[in-house]
Design a binder for this molecule. Structure first.
Ligand SMILES: Cc1cc2nc3c(=O)[nH]c(=O)nc-3n(C[C@H](O)[C@H](O)[C@H](O)COP(=O)(O)OP(=O)(O)OC[C@H]3O[C@@H](n4cnc5c(N)ncnc54)[C@H](O)[C@@H]3O)c2cc1C
Length: 285
């Protein structure tokens, strides 16, 4: 199918883009990498009258070391995240996740900020942002505001970004000494959206877990944190008994949806399988 007719505006500065969004209101949509937006237009799931292209705005792309964190510009392509030494060194969870996003051609155009702003519950990066306690930077005509990842994802494709605002970047705390991360997803084919996946991070004293965080994707209408299950790990090491306790707890704590790929009970089972496959090796088991 072809999209409904739309006008196209290329913003040259952030202020320019914000003014265009204010001028056109609900009729406008931001165009970043276009890898999700163009599909929704072509399928006529959405029919905005104006696309505001933010690709030419200086300063929206790039990965910067800000001391305790990395600031990833919203327009940073997935492929640049994938090959970044800063990401490999300071954000191993993101490094492990990013090459599971689609295929190279899509990663060459798709952006970090687009994935976060689109908030697909099956996407990898929103779950990683939650597990890492990331901070989202959002600009509006009245200035910039920061929103913690825990408050950012509000529902199915719903975020704290308000009409007229633009996500400018995401700050990811650098991994500190003693912390480890783990990532895995189950998909029918490499590059497909996951049936379910896990992003995990924990602090270790030897092989004992502390401050564990487990976030699942494609397990609800947004990235789903499982604090009750994670709490079972704290102060404990890895064992077969622990794997069983976690699997039982995940069955209580998760309420995943049914779809063509898997029903809810199957996803609950797979959540336990992923916990075992990711957390055991994190503890050195
Ligand atoms: C075949 C295929 C397979 C894919 N598989 C995966 C996958 O396995 N995992 C995965 O995570 N993704 C997958 N994707 C999606 C891909 O990661 C996209 O890159 C991403 O979802 C959106 O990024 P984008 O830059 O292309 O955004 P766009 O498509 O340009 O925009 C998406 C939405 O976000 C809004 N938006 C974009 N940037 C901003 C911003 N800075 N501020 C505010 N709003 C903004 C747009 O207005 C639009 O509503 C796949 C895409 C395709 C086509």
């Amino acid at each position: 199918m072809k999209p409904a007719p739309f006008a196209y505006a290329k913003a040259s500065t952030l202020e320019d883009a914000l003014s265009l969004l204010a001028e056109h209101g609900d009729d406008a949509r931001i165009l970043a990498g276009g890898q999700s937006l163009m599909a929704t237009l072509n399928m006529r799931l959405s029919a905005p009258q104006v696309l505001v292209d933010i690709n030419r705005i200086d300063g929206l792309a790039g990965i910067n070391d800000t001391g305790d964190a990395l600031r990833i510009g919203a327009m940073t392509r997935h492929s640049d995240v994938e090959t970044s030494d800063l990401i490999a060194q300071h954000a191993p969870l993101i490094a492990a996740a990013v090459d599971h996003i689609a295929h190279p051609a899509i990663r060459n155009r798709g952006t970090f900020g687009g994935s976060i702003a689109f908030a697909d519950p099956a996407a990898e990066l929103p779950a990683c942002a939650m597990a890492l306690d990331a901070t989202m930077h959002i600009a509006g005509l009245n200035g910039e505001r920061d929103v913690p990842a825990a408050d950012f994802f509000e529902g199915l494709y719903e975020t704290a970004i308000q009409p007229g605002e633009i996500l400018t970047g995401v700050s990811i705390p650098k991994i500190a000494d003693g912390w480890k991360s783990g990532f895995m997803e189950l998909a029918r084919r490499r590059g497909d959206y996951a049936i379910i996946g896990i992003a995990a991070q924990a602090k270790f004293d030897g092989s004992t877990f502390g401050d564990a965080r487990l976030v699942y994707f494609n397990a609800g209408d947004r990235p789903v944190s499982t604090p009750q299950t994670a709490a079972l790990l704290n102060g404990q090491g890895w064992s077969d008994d622990m794997a069983e306790k976690l699997a039982a707890s995940l069955k209580r704590e998760l309420d995943p949806p049914d779809d063509l790929n898997a029903d809810g009970p199957m996803r609950k089972h797979l959540a336990g399988v992923l916990a075992k496959r990711v957390l055991g090796p994190m503890a050195g088991a």
